[in-house]
Design a binder for this molecule. Structure first.
Ligand code: MG
Length: 247
């Protein structure tokens, strides 16, 4: 795990703040009638105007600046002018921002207009999974405690945890070691050192855990077509505790 210096931590905080701002801006745009491509264009401009650059754009060939994943799409939705948001949808927006070589990464699932109580509960429980997880995140403790807490909370609400997609270390690159599954045993994973940044990102399905990839090679959907939600923050672990950089 990559331990950061004080000056690197300053840059991570800034990258995190820009990522948070982009997501807050995204929230103001989401309404019935807007396409996910329009969202992408507006958020891309916002990131560039705020002094960052969108890390997803061109990442392994990804064509967008955000991932826009509607309803049964778990993650990695390619923004499209054919995908128009409608009342009752939920949309997961994942954003990454690079600032002076350092990365922020965060995601939220937003309601589009009025949504069903079932979808609202999925969004709320997925968000709470993150907080249950980081309650167990501490330098000197095993990372598996975080993973275990997320799984326990999700499953206790009747939901399932995606296995194939995981959180990650973050810093000079968006995806660094270690992998941070949203499931597992408390005794799994490495001991967390001080001064590391991690992206903790529960991806929680209303139905079964199985997923499939779309023909575009990016979009990940639930196999049972039931909705999925995503909640992610970049966090910093120091000897003083956990600081959420993208909230
Ligand atoms: Mg991530």
């Amino acid at each position: 795990m990559n331990q950061l210096t004080e000056s690197e931590i300053v840059l991570m905080r800034k990258a995190g703040a820009l990522t948070r701002d982009a997501l807050n801006y995204a929230q103001t745009l989401i309404k019935p009638g807007i396409s996910t491509l329009e969202l992408d264009n507006l958020i891309k401009k916002f990131i560039i105007n705020s002094g960052g650059s969108p890390s997803f754009l061109g990442y392994e060939g990804f064509p967008g600046s955000i991932c826009a994943s509607v309803n049964e799409m778990v993650v990695h939705g390619i923004p499209s002018n054919k995908i128009i948001l409608k009342e009752g949808d939920i949309i997961s927006v994942d954003v990454g921002v690079i600032y002076k070589g350092y990365n922020g990464d965060a995601a939220r699932t937003f309601p589009v207009g009025k949504i069903s109580p079932e979808k609202a509960r999925l969004i709320e429980v997925t968000k709470q999974c993150f907080f249950e997880g980081i309650a167990h995140l501490q330098a000197g403790k095993r990372l598996g405690q975080v993973s275990h807490a997320i799984q326990k909370y999700a499953e206790s609400h009747g939901y399932s945890v995606v296995r194939e997609l995981v959180g990650h270390g973050i810093g000079k690159q968006m995806h660094m070691s270690p992998n941070i599954p949203n499931y597992g045993k408390e005794t799994d994973g490495p001991i967390v050192p001080e001064n590391v940044c991690l992206a903790i990102e529960p991806m929680i399905n209303m139905g079964r855990k199985e997923i499939a990839m779309l023909e575009d090679g990016w979009g990940i959907v639930t196999r049972d077509h039931k909705p999925s939600a995503h909640y992610e923050n970049t966090v910093l672990v120091t000897k003083n505790g956990v600081e959420i950089l993208t909230l």
